[in-house]
Design a protein around this ligand. Structure first.
Ligand SMILES: *Cc1c(COP(=O)(O)O)cnc(C)c1O
Length: 423
């Protein structure tokens, strides 16, 4: 039996209807931007394995850092104890985060980073004896699959089984070009008519919605409105963080700073699951009291795992090298050239680029659903050609590891052009 065949006996995969899904591809090896399956077929990983892997698979520098940490101190509880790797991660993040971010809280994945931020927003006002219980989020947002993160997410088929069981979330439109005023007005209306605690958003790019982009000026206006009304702002940078948008954080483009930020995915270079939520001093101070009941009673067993921290330290160092910054610029320039080439194609609705993120919307007859027939056709075509791309409905996006070579990138572009002709 192949690994793919054995898999179906015990394994339950994410976002998968096992009755109709194809058998998963068993990957045995990865190096740089490449993956190999059990039949030694080669694939270009054009989406950095769900946006986690900027520096390439099986990266030796991160692996060495992890090995060193594993053989020094693999883990110690973070309740009542601390350790150098966690402190170093905090110090390093302070150098690169927006200046107002002063405190960091560790957890395990993007959803928990969001869960922590939402709980902190709600308890912030509870601690101040103010009744504010509504969270504001964008339409079609994605913030993760745990309960509060799911409540904040607006992609309906992810959440429909749980409607009526959520915390109070009100949605406003994304301020895409031409729609900014609707978004500003909706935010003001929500704030007037609800007791709002926080506003959570994916800054500049909504990943899971299909790389939907909007301008930093619009986000600054929205944050400004929240500030005037003392609504806490949460920048979910789980996808956009660590160079994807061309700057270290998407918030680096925005004139206003958020009250909290959520980080994960590329934080450890795609090696060890870890996440961080960051806060201003003001947020931290709302929990700082002689009364133990005002503390944040939230934690995870593996909080601040030293091995994960060592991977994060190595990753942030890699990100800051001139070589990696050049790679990000190189890919951005290359995307823009490709965008120009295909945006006027009769089958293309629109194409867009920010940093290393590229997306193209392909014309389709029917209203194309997330996992619709065009999506399946495209996905299978890419896999057959040895390129890992996961279209969202009729939107094909590229989010390559920064180390992807020009040749590999060209193959990804060529394959997408062929796919546009094919569908
Ligand atoms: C992926 C993602 C999450 C959830 O992260 P997980 O590690 O999958 O739980 C949250 N927010 C955004 C913006 C994401 O892209």
């Amino acid at each position: 039996m192949t690994l793919s065949e054995k898999d179906s006996q015990y394994l339950w995969h994410p976002y998968t209807q096992h009755k109709t899904a194809q058998t998963p591809i068993a990957i045995t090896r990865g190096e740089g931007a490449l993956l190999w399956d059990e039949n030694n077929k080669e694939y270009i990983d054009a989406i950095a394995s769900w946006w986690v892997n900027p520096f390439g698979h099986s990266n030796k520098i991160i692996a060495d850092a992890i090995y060193k940490q594993l053989t020094t101190l693999e883990h110690v509880l973070f309740g009542g104890f601390t350790h150098e790797p966690a402190i170093k991660v905090a110090e390093k993040l302070m150098e690169i985060l927006p200046a107002n971010q002063q405190k960091i809280f560790f957890s395990d994945n993007g959803s928990t980073a969001v869960e922590v931020a939402i709980k902190v927003a709600l308890q912030y006002f509870f601690n101040k004896n103010e009744k504010r219980t509504t969270i504001i989020a964008f339409e079609n947002a994605f913030h993760g699959d745990t309960f509060a993160a799911m409540a904040a997410s607006g992609i309906s088929f992810y959440t429909q089984a749980f409607q009526g069981m959520f915390i109070d979330v009100v949605r406003i439109p994304v301020p895409v070009k031409g729609q900014e005023e609707f978004s500003f007005k909706a935010l003001k209306t929500v704030i007037e008519s609800h007791n709002c605690a926080g506003f959570i958003f994916e800054p500049l790019v909504q990943g899971a919605a299909g790389m939907v982009m909007y301008e930093p000026e619009a986000l600054a206006t929205l944050i400004g409105i929240c500030k005037e009304n003392k609504v806490l702002t949460i920048a979910d940078e789980v996808m956009t963080g660590f160079g994807k948008t061309g700057k270290t954080f998407a918030m680096d483009y925005v004139a206003e700073e958020p009250d909290m930020m959520c980080l994960s995915k590329a934080l450890t270079g795609g090696t060890i699951p870890m996440a961080i939520t960051t806060f201003t001093q003001d947020v931290f101070d709302a929990f700082y009291d002689d009364d133990i009941n005002k503390a944040l009673f939230h934690g995870h067993t593996f909080t601040a795992n030293p091995t994960g921290c060592s991977a994060a330290l190595a990753s942030i160092d890699l990100l800051r090298t001139a070589e990696m910054q050049n790679n990000i610029q190189r890919i951005n320039v290359s995307h823009l050239i490709f965008q120009k080439k295909i945006e006027n194609h009769p089958k293309v609705i629109t194409a867009r680029t920010l940093g290393v993120i590229f997306a193209v919307e392909i014309k389709s007859d029917a209203e194309e659903s997330y996992y619709g027939s065009m999506r399946t056709k495209l996905y299978n075509f890419f896999i057959e050609k040895g390129v890992v791309l996961r279209p969202v409905g009729n939107i094909v996006y590229i989010l390559p590891p920064y180390i992807m070579t020009d040749e590999q990138l060209q193959k990804v572009y060529d394959t997408i052009e062929e796919a546009i002709e094919m569908v």
